[in-house]
Ligand binder design. Sequence first.
Ligand SMILES: CC(C)(COP(=O)(O)OP(=O)(O)OC[C@H]1O[C@@H](n2cnc3c(N)ncnc32)[C@H](O)[C@@H]1OP(=O)(O)O)[C@@H](O)C(=O)NCCC(=O)NCCS
Length: 177
Amino acid sequence: MQQLERAVLRPLEERDLDRIAGWDSDSELAHMMGGVPISIEESRGRYLKMLNDRNSLVMAIVDHSGRLIGDIELTEIAWRSGDAELSIKIGDPAYRDRGIGECAVREMLFIAFERLGLRRVYLRVCSDNLRAVRCYKKCGFRREGVVKRRLGPDDQVRVVTLMTILRSDFMNMQAVS
Ligand SMILES: CC(C)(COP(=O)(O)OP(=O)(O)OC[C@H]1O[C@@H](n2cnc3c(N)ncnc32)[C@H](O)[C@@H]1OP(=O)(O)O)[C@@H](O)C(=O)NCCC(=O)NCCS
């Protein structure tokens, strides 16, 4: 196992949106995310909406020098049931495979369970995105099931895995580490 490189989360700000929009227009990254590339305007609109939505929390991922390298989101926060969906992208490829994703996901789970008092965090990941699946497993997510979906610009059939982690699982992991 690799040494975890520190990632720091801070609240996303409007000044971050141009850099994020650049990543959102990248077709290779969109494929990994199971989506399609989107325009600068669409990306800005999506993030501005999240920043003003009490059912979403979006954080910037920055490196030790404060450089923006990605973002991580909790969306569809259901305050009554305590569920939320997690999504992450490290936009700058040079920062992938260095343990930063694991660190960022763990920090976001801490926020979800300890600060927001949520009960369950789930995510959807394309099953062929082995790096992402591995990263989520390292953070304690378990596979709940798979579905086939038509995704991307070509409506390609892809297998999507649903993964979840409960507050109790996360707390147990914290206690033993
Ligand atoms: C997915 C993502 C968040 C993971 O973050 P990361 O910092 O790259 O991941 P980590 O370094 O913490 O962990 C990656 C793990 O996958 C492993 N891995 C990398 N490529 C792999 C592959 N092809 N097959 C199997 N495992 C692989 C690494 O060895 C590492 O495991 P290890 O620590 O046991 O050695 C990041 O790569 C990313 O943003 N990718 C682009 C967008 C994306 O795919 N988002 C997720 C959409 S659901």
